[in-house]
Design a protein around this ligand. Structure first.
Ligand code: 5GP
Length: 202
């Protein structure tokens, strides 16, 4: 058996604002080795507590547009007035090294990844209910009511894209959601077509 030729998986995680994606991602990063979180590029301003190169690579619009023109992005999207995008080179290198790469991106970007990388695994994460999402958005935030209502409406729109995803995970508790994602990744890595090169002579 030869495991050395395995390439990394490209894993896309999407879900509405307030679902708790970042907490689930932190749990995954802590519990699973061989997983790299792709730090996106964005033109939005850093929030309090965010660090350049950790949460995002913060760039201005001119730099982002240069990256688009130079073909440096696997995908990008404009979301609420700002650009967000994924570096092609960075994730290609990791995948070639056999490291799984996790992208936290919204639905337009996920569709572009699907078109360019059909083998990518797309996971959508939802809260147990819309009432719970509303409760989480109200409890976490200093956001005004109209912003919260905007996020809930956006969540409705995003839910229409769920059918284009491979898996749906319910974030009832962070540990359950992370455990389901780990199971998905384990199952994906066991696909026969991905393991066929482990058998000598084929
Ligand atoms: P936030 O501004 O709240 O950090 O992110 C807003 C949205 O942008 C989230 O849904 C997040 O998943 C998405 N996002 C973050 N990075 C990227 C990226 O590189 N590409 C795309 N298409 N969306 C992203």
């Amino acid at each position: 058996m030869n495991r050395s030729r395995r390439k990394g998986e490209l894993i896309v995680l999407s879900g509405p604002s307030g679902v708790g994606k970042s907490t689930v991602i932190s749990e995954l990063m802590g519990s699973r080795g061989n997983l790299y979180f792709s730090v996106s590029f964005t033109t939005r301003a850093p929030r309090v507590g965010e660090a350049d190169g950790v949460n995002y690579n913060f760039v201005d619009r001119a730099e982002f547009e240069r990256m688009i023109a130079a073909g440096e992005l696997l995908e990008y999207a404009e979301y609420v007035g700002n650009y967000y995008g994924t570096s092609l080179k960075l994730i290609q290198d990791k995948i070639e090294e056999g490291i799984d790469v996790l992208l936290d991106i919204e639905v337009q970007g996920a569709a572009k990844v699907r078109a360019r990388c059909p083998e990518a695994v797309l996971i959508f994460i939802i809260p147990p209910s819309f009432e719970e999402l509303s409760r989480r958005l109200h409890s976490r935030a200093t956001d005004p009511e109209d912003v919260i209502q905007g996020r809930l409406q956006k969540a409705h729109d995003e839910y229409r894209e769920i059918v284009t995803y491979d898996y749906l995970v319910v974030n009832d508790t962070v540990s359950n959601a992370a455990a389901e994602i780990v199971s998905i990744l384990t199952a994906e890595s066991c696909r026969a077509k991905k393991r066929i090169n482990m058998i000598e002579g084929i």
